[in-house]
Design a protein around this ligand. Structure first.
Ligand SMILES: Nc1ncnc2c1ncn2[C@@H]1O[C@H](COP(=O)(O)OP(=O)(O)OP(=O)(O)O)[C@@H](O)[C@H]1O
Length: 307
């Protein structure tokens, strides 16, 4: 394993009832980097992370965390790895502050608990039992528990899911700090802005396999394609518009009155579009042309169908 990689997964297979939900997955997460795993619901992200955490055993392939086997070397790994589970995984009858104090005592040189509770706004609900915490409060406590032991590798399964925007920013700052301290952070997320802001590398998983990976700029920089975002009258006939633009464009109404035109958008495309809108008496209240976003790329890669 190269010195910089903290997690190495090769050919991982995990089946449930004979059905492979992880199906030959390869992934590397480096120290001092945030690696974000994206994928539709059921793609196999949590299962993969749980194999790294030693909570599931692989049916095939190999998983190495800090060069060790997450299941066989669980004892050696425990003090070096931080884990934040999707459901929190915290004891429900214990008060928030006691959970954290207890976890901190398991490590030789924990972070100062008071500093963490202040930073993550846990002081405000420190005396409340886990059972009675809101979803976002529970997430913050789970994050604190995952990092209090100064781990070398941190697994964060949807760390800011259910959090308000203020908490999310605090979490993002904390994750960036961990990275700067040299920690390997492997996180799953459905939030494209979270991945865009935090990830040094993005790994897109679908049907239990990696279907794309790279830095965000690498992933969004495909050919000359741009995306035009348009806000105007809802329910316009997109097939007619596509024909009027006269090129290989993918036109879509993503939300009522909010359209995207993907493809080789040029000045003439914008002119044709505004002329077509004017013919229908439709006013564009917003029209922007930019490079494709990570969300555009994600939808292109994984399709539009619900899972
Ligand atoms: N213990 C289990 N027994 C049977 N099937 C399971 C089990 N755990 C997960 N699965 C199935 O495995 C598939 C992958 O689940 P997983 O939780 O890894 O997906 P995910 O990518 O994390 O999805 P999400 O984005 O919804 O969290 C799903 O179809 C799920 O129903």
């Amino acid at each position: 394993m190269p010195a910089t990689s903290a997690v190495e997964i090769s050919g991982l297979v995990k089946r449930y009832d004979g059905r492979p939900v992880v199906d030959g997955l390869d992934l590397v997460a480096a120290r001092g980097q945030v690696t974000a795993v994206l994928g539709p619901n059921g793609a196999g992200k949590t299962t993969t992370v749980e194999c790294c955490e030693g909570l599931r055993t692989a049916d095939d392939g190999q998983v190495r965390v800090l060069g060790l086997d997450p299941v066989g070397d669980a004892r050696a790994l425990r003090p070096r790895v931080g884990v934040m589970l999707q459901d929190g995984g915290l004891p429900t009858a214990v008060r928030a502050r006691d959970v954290l104090a207890h976890v901190a005592r398991m490590y030789a040189a924990p972070r100062p608990v008071a500093e963490l509770t202040e930073r993550l706004g846990i002081d405000a609900f420190a005396g409340t039992t886990v059972r009675r915490l809101s979803g976002g409060q529970r997430q913050r406590l789970a994050l604190a528990a995952a990092i209090v032991g100064r781990p070398e590798v941190v697994f964060l399964d949807e760390p800011s899911a259910g959090m308000d925007p203020q908490s999310r920013r605090v979490v993002w700052d904390l994750v960036a700090e961990l990275r700067d301290e040299g920690v390997a952070v492997l996180l799953t997320t459905h939030l494209m802005d979270e991945a865009e802001r935090l990830a040094d590398r993005v790994v897109v998983v679908d049907h239990g396999r990696v279907i794309a990976q790279g830095t965000v700029p690498e992933l969004v920089a495909s050919a000359d394609d741009r995306t035009l975002h348009l806000v105007t009258t809802p329910d316009l006939p997109v097939a007619e518009l596509t024909a009027a633009l006269g090129g290989p464009f993918a036109v879509e109404e993503r939300a009522a009155g909010s359209y995207t035109v993907a493809g080789p958008v040029e000045a003439a495309t914008v002119a044709a579009l505004t002329a077509w809108l004017a013919d229908r008496g439709a006013l564009a209240t917003r029209l922007t042309v930019g490079r494709r976003t990570l969300e555009d790329v994600f939808l292109d890669l994984t399709g539009r169908e619900l899972r």
